[in-house]
Design a protein around this ligand. Structure first.
Ligand code: DGL
Length: 266
């Protein structure tokens, strides 16, 4: 599908759920004049335990849905789709940016000892995409999947001191800390919500790379800095129940009166 889009058309952002809001938050700060349409596929979250076939299908369906809004660019705010299916999304006549390469490039630019950790979903880590991209740039990689982080974030449980969050963090990150990395990629967009607890566990010498922030910067470059308008609108659609998503979105984005609508069924 190729659509004519104008400079004032919205940017489309999608993910399986609240992870994608880490990218929305960065875009809202970086490009405050841009309208954004966010789609959270909450009826099908988590993606990280899906097969590659399902991930390819969801990627295509989600982008096709956002194209119906006449978007001028898309941010694929999902590490899993970025790791497995990004190539499927490059032929629609608009710029499409995933999170993997921006995160990897930022990590390579900050590491001093060239030992880089990456945590992401089981599907992303299983695909080996992060590891290959880092190794191709001369890094030694310590990688681990963190399956519990996604359901915890979807419940809004991300704080330090939450026993489940602390336990999951210790279990997932102990081998990465052991490996002596000086840089850690949070390679799933849900994970930046856990930055505080992850930073506390990893200690001061380890730089955290937020894949959503890296991707938002890359996308801003791709679209040439955006419009000059102020007060860009944010439209949120989810495939699951919009009622519990609204307070989560307001809390995570620190914005009030966000309207969350049910997306047409995919
Ligand atoms: N936030 C997505 C990612 O970055 C998907 C997580 C999931 O649904 O498992 O991988």
């Amino acid at each position: 599908m190729i659509l004519e889009t104008s400079k004032n058309a919205p940017i489309g952002v999608f993910d399986s759920g609240v992870g994608g809001l880490t990218a929305v938050r960065c875009l809202r700060r970086l490009l405050p004049g841009e309208d954004i349409v966010f789609f959270g596929d909450t009826a099908r979250v988590p993606y990280g335990s899906r097969t590659p076939e399902e991930i390819h299908r969801f990627a295509r369906e989600n982008l096709d849905y956002l194209l119906t809004f006449g978007i001028k660019a898309a941010l694929v705010a999902c590490g899993t789709i970025s790791a497995i299916a990004l190539d499927d999304l490059q032929n629609d006549g608009i710029p499409v940016c995933g999170v993997l390469i921006p995160a990897v490039e930022q990590a390579v630019s900050v590491t001093r000892n060239r030992r880089v950790g990456v945590i992401a979903t089981p599907a992303s880590i299983g695909s080996g995409s992060y590891q290959r991209a880092l190794e191709a740039r001369g890094c030694t990689v310590a990688a681990n999947a963190c399956p519990l982080y996604v359901p915890l974030a979807e419940q809004g449980r991300v704080q330090r001191g939450d026993p489940l969050v602390e336990e999951a963090t210790a279990e997932y990150l102990a081998p990465i800390r052991e490996a002596g990395v000086d840089t850690l990629i949070l390679g799933c967009t849900h994970f930046p919500w856990f930055s505080e607890v992850i930073a506390a566990f990893m200690g001061e010498g380890v730089e955290l790379i937020n894949c959503s922030a890296a991707a938002a910067e890359t996308l801003a470059g791709m679209i040439g800095g955006g419009t000059r308008r102020e007060g860009g609108r944010l439209e949120i659609r989810v495939s699951g129940d919009p009622v519990p998503f609204a307070p989560l979105a307001e809390r995570f984005l620190q914005e009030k009166d966000l309207r969350v609508q049910k997306a047409r069924t995919i």
